[in-house]
Design a protein around this ligand. Sequence first.
Ligand code: MN
Length: 329
Amino acid sequence: MSEDGKTSAYISVDELVERIRKYHPEDDMELVRRAYAFAEKAHAHQVRKSGDPYFCHPCAVAVILADLMLDASTIAAGLLHDCVEDCEGVTSELIGQEFGQEIELLVDGVTKLNQLDFSSREEAKAETLRKMFLAMAKDIRVVLIKLADRLHNMRTLKFKTPDRQRAIAQETLDIYAPLAHRLGVYTIKWELEDLSLRYLDPDAFYELVRLVGMKRAEREQLIAQVTQELKTKLYEAGIHKCEIDGRPKHFYSIYKKMKNQNKTLDQIYDIFAVRIKVNTVRDCYSALGIIHEMYKPIPGRFKDYIAMPKSNMYQSLHTTLIGPEGQPF
Ligand code: MN
């Protein structure tokens, strides 16, 4: 969940380059440095509604893209993404001359997507728009830049008028969160949904923050305990290579369940989840068997997305269990 501290995201070019180098040591950092300097200069006298210098925004977008471990070209394009639209004298030809065709196409792609009209609220139209969006983007990195752009705009939405807040939050929920889902960028999807909820149903959102927050310490201890037990058992069973992590479910998924199934928070099965990553499909099924021996599974809650992948090609096994102290997860 984004807190207010996250809204201003000025990052120095050295720090940004350092982050990218960690996961793409071979990439062209000179390109990132030049894009940073160019965008900083182009946006020099512009100010955001928050009062921050405008350049904070492309910086924040670059940081979000770096957190997704994207390549230097995507990050350079992220830094430049608003230059053509918002800066006097900056054309896509100029971007091409300065940074080459790849960056020009990425920046152009983002600029073109900004011209799509998302005002329709019908579900059928939303699906058409999502398809158009993907088709127009051509290069998938354009969509990732657009998602990072929307995420930072959502984090700073409190500076808009209430009318605009609701309209933008609804559009985020209808178009952008499902796109993030389709591309498998779940951290962005979750944050977009939680931020949308905060503006579309603030009472429910803050009530959930309070209720879920109250149980956080308890839940974190539980996640730690379960993780430890799982590690030991899987190792004993010969699954030596695995990654285990636990997380609380995000607010919007809990909210949707409470709404759709008309339930209170106490009746929601899984307010935390544990994920186990193993190296082979065979290990997936072995791990499932071991887990079902350790904790009692709840009937009817098992889903095999390996045999039947989701429409976005997501593959895994899901199950709901009764935890060590009786809590489902
Ligand atoms: Mn932008």
